[in-house]
Every structure is written in C-alpha cells, then in structure tokens.
Design a protein around this ligand. Sequence first.
Ligand SMILES: N[C@@H](CCC(=O)N[C@@H](CS)C(=O)NCC(=O)O)C(=O)O
Length: 226
Amino acid sequence: MATDMTLIWFSGSPPCWRVMIALEEKNLQGYNQKLLDFLKGEHKSQEVLDINPRGQLPAFKHGNNILNESYAACLYLEEQFKSQGTRLIPMAAPEQALTYQRMFEGVPFMDKIANVIYYEWKFPEGERHDSSLKRHREALTAELKLWEGYLEKLGAGSYLAGKNFTLADVVVFPCIAYVFRFGLSEKNYPRLAGYYGLLKERPSVKTSWPKNWLETPQAEDKLKDI
Ligand SMILES: N[C@@H](CCC(=O)N[C@@H](CS)C(=O)NCC(=O)O)C(=O)O
C-alpha cells in the first residue's frame, strides 16, 4: 500500500490522469488522494500552494519528495519502482529512444489541443480573431495527422512506442482520450480511434477513468470537423 504517497488532483485533467495511470501500472494503489474542484478555485488554497507554488495540479508527494510536474512524477515512479508492476521504459535502445521521443512530443500535442478546445479561456477577447483560431485548428490538425501516421507505421494493435505499453502511453493517452471526448471523428482518424479503443480497456486506464466523464461521456464537439 502506497500510504506514504499523496496526490492532489482534478478529475479529467490530463496531467493528473497521467500520474494516476503511472501509479496503477506500478501497483501503487492505496495512496492518499484529494480531489479538488477547479471551478471553485480550490487549487489556489494554501494546502496546494505549500506543495506547488504555481497552484496547479497534480500536486504529488512521496514522503518528503515533491513532484508537481506530471512528467517528473511519472519518470520518478518508474525509476523508484523499476522492478514493480509494468516496466514502463524499455531497456532496448530503439524502443527506449522512441518512448522518450513520443513522451516529450506529448507536451506540444497537449498545448495544441488546449489552444483549440480552450481558445476562449486561454486568449483574452481582444486577442481572439477568426484567423488565429483557424491557425490553431490547422496546427492541431497537422499534429493529429502526425500521430495518426506514427500509429499507421507501427501497425494495428501497437502502442505508441511499439508492441509494449510504455511511459509514452501513460503520458500521451490522456491527450488522445481528450480529443475523442471533444468530438474528434473516428472515421477521419481510424488509427487513433483503434489505439483509443485498445487503451480504454486497459485496467490502469479503466480504474482511473475520470468520474465526471462517466456521467457526461461527450463534451462539446469542438473537434468534429478537424
Ligand atoms: N506542466 C504541468 C501542467 C499542470 C497544469 O496545467 N494543470 C492544470 C490542470 S490540467 C491546472 O492546475 N491549472 C490551473 C491553473 O493553471 O491555475 C504538468 O504537466 O503537471
């Protein structure tokens, strides 16, 4: 039981979900957890600021070790519990290289998703123009095509870095779940849809599936024409 760990999180937040998937994969169940409400601004409380001065989630602690960046927490969990649960960073150089490469491509991928889905929230009114939204949508389309191509090259039933589930899947899957939640067409992105279907059934993903997504499986279909 991981009773020396604490995770403060939001439901449906991709960075928080990454850490939860990593904890499940490393068999680190039973950690202390606190679910906060984004809309109530609970992440700006002193309790969170004491752990994460940016007032963002996830806020994660293992003993006295604090890891507030989702990638840092996932890498730490893999390193500290290497021989426990799923091995998330392959030993062989080609698979390891691809795992790191795809993991960090996940950062700009998520930014591009957020630039479209949360356009009104991210950009103040005076900075919003049809041309800039169009540019962000085009950037996201190009990004999605890249990921569709990666999966096509690897073949049906593959994970993001090959035939094994890795840390690349842990950090990028929440982004992919997000785009389908916001209406991405399975017909236009069949490889991504196949990957989404495969990972949805994985126990670590199922167990950590955002509860509010179960209640409202589909959000606004902002990505349906992308
Ligand atoms: N780079 C951070 C990003 C964390 C992040 O942006 N969290 C969002 C929730 S998805 C948040 O707390 N936003 C509230 C805020 O920025 O005030 C990570 O990957 O952990």
